[in-house]
Design a protein around this ligand. Structure first.
Ligand code: PMP
Length: 421
């Protein structure tokens, strides 16, 4: 791509074969820093991911050489910026295995789900209709449905989980009654790490004529995805958890939905013609992209896709499975430690508590040891209510983490536990 040409010679390239993980890690400059005088162990990847050199360089290159608005200018820079922006859409579409003209670029999963809520659900739902959501949803996949339910007279029904953090599939399928118009479910839980069998879930939903929204924000960074094969109606992704800049993401939707949905936000870019007598909207996906987008951010998203593909998503998934197994063993050896979410099919997320210690105290003292983990409710209050706890500590892993970091994390946790318990 022209936007990175000035830096290409210096940028790391991986060939997706036998991966040298030390070299991969060296692509992430932030991981070299210290915190409180200790080498950083960054285990908050489910919150946001770190960025590799090609993504960082793409931001610099864009603003040095190409900055212009998209689709509005015929001059060379405008054309290049538009090509770079549309190039990112094409890359992401290929990465997800969907059509580029079915991919709406937006600020992230929260916007993507709200777009479905306001453009698809709001005009369709009626009193008595039901939106089915699972117990393990992030607030971004609960609150928009509650807001739309309030305005339409529909209700939100909850599909429960099992104590090990799997979805109760039998209960979910039983809950698919004729009143259910839409099912919103996460692909991977940001708290439990559970990987839900979304393909089978969507197949069952289709049999009942239920439209499906899959929250893919925790799946895209960790799994090799084929969104077309999942068979859902909508799939939401977030860029900042997959090595891309913040404020980037996308909604994939079947073309017929995008054609039928009214725009969510109005303004420039999303129109063909405006007069006071009426406005003709642009074709999807541009119909849903009013205003100046986060152009540099999406150029970075394109660079992130290139980077992830160069390492290889299969390699990434295998590496993270290995790190997860190691971290799980290391934590299970700590007395009084309880892990929330032990489903057999899990991504690299471990939520836990230690008897006698508060989650925030654990996270604060771990921070002083250089270990960044998240504590709290992880934007999933109903899920924590199920487990009857006010907060957990969450360690979330990425492919650039190391076995040595896991050992340092476990040692820090033992030390902190002795201070607190
Ligand atoms: N869903 C899940 C499962 C998440 O983990 C997150 C981010 N924590 C979101 C939705 C919201 O994503 P964003 O803030 O990027 O819109």
């Amino acid at each position: 791509m022209p936007q990175t040409a000035v830096h290409d010679a210096a940028l790391p390239v991986h060939d997706g074969g036998e991966v040298d993980w030390a070299r991969v890690r060296a692509d992430f400059p932030l991981l070299m820093r210290e915190v409180h005088g200790k080498p950083l162990v960054y285990f908050d990847n489910a919150n946001t991911g770190q960025k590799p050199l090609p993504v960082i360089a793409s931001q610099d290159a864009f603003y040095r050489r190409q900055n212009a608005n998209v689709s509005r200018a015929v001059h060379a820079l405008g054309t290049e910026a538009t090509e770079a922006y549309e190039g990112a859409r094409n890359k992401l579409a290929r990465f997800l295995n969907v059509r580029a003209d079915e991919l709406v670029l937006c600020s992230g999963t929260t916007f993507a789900i709200n777009l479905v809520a306001y453009s698809w659900a709001l005009p369709r739902l009626k009193p008595g209709d039901v939106v089915l959501v699972s117990r393990m949803e992030h607030h971004a996949n609960i609150v928009p449905w509650q807001l739309v339910a309030q305005r339409t007279g529909a209700t939100v029904r909850v599909a429960e989980i099992l104590p090990d953090g799997r979805l109760d599939l039998e209960a979910l399928y039983r809950a698919m009654t004729p009143q259910v118009k839409l099912l919103a479910v996460t692909h991977v839980s940001n708290v439990l790490g559970t990987i839900n069998p979304v393909r089978e879930i969507c197949r069952q939903a289709r049999r009942h004529g239920i439209v499906t929204v899959v929250d893919g924000s925790q799946a895209v960074p960790h799994l090799k995805l084929d969104v077309a094969a999942i068979g859902c109606d909508f799939y939401a992704v977030t860029g900042h958890k997959m090595c891309a800049p913040t404020g980037t993401g996308a909604l994939w939707a079947r073309r017929e939905h995008l054609e039928a949905m009214p725009p969510f936000i109005g303004g420039g870019e999303m129109i063909k013609e405006v007069s006071f007598e009426g406005t003709v909207f642009n074709d999807p996906p541009h119909k849903f992209e009013a205003g100046t987008p986060n152009i540099a951010g999406f150029v970075g998203l394109g660079a992130a896709v290139d980077y992830l593909e160069s390492v290889g998503m299969d390699n990434i998934a295998a590496r993270e499975a290995e790190l997860l197994a190691h971290a799980t063993r290391a934590l299970q050896a700590i007395p009084g430690l309880r892990i929330f979410g032990t489903a057999p099919d899990k991504a690299g997320v471990i939520s836990f508590l230690v008897d006698g210690a508060h989650a925030h105290d654990l996270a604060t003292l771990l921070d002083l040891e250089g270990v960044a983990v998240r504590s709290g409710q992880h934007c999933a209050h109903p899920l924590l209510q199920f487990f009857g706890v006010a907060a957990t500590v969450r360690a979330s892993l990425a492919f650039y983490n190391t076995h040595e970091e896991i050992e340092r994390f476990a040692a820090a946790l033992r030390k902190v536990r002795q201070l607190l318990c």
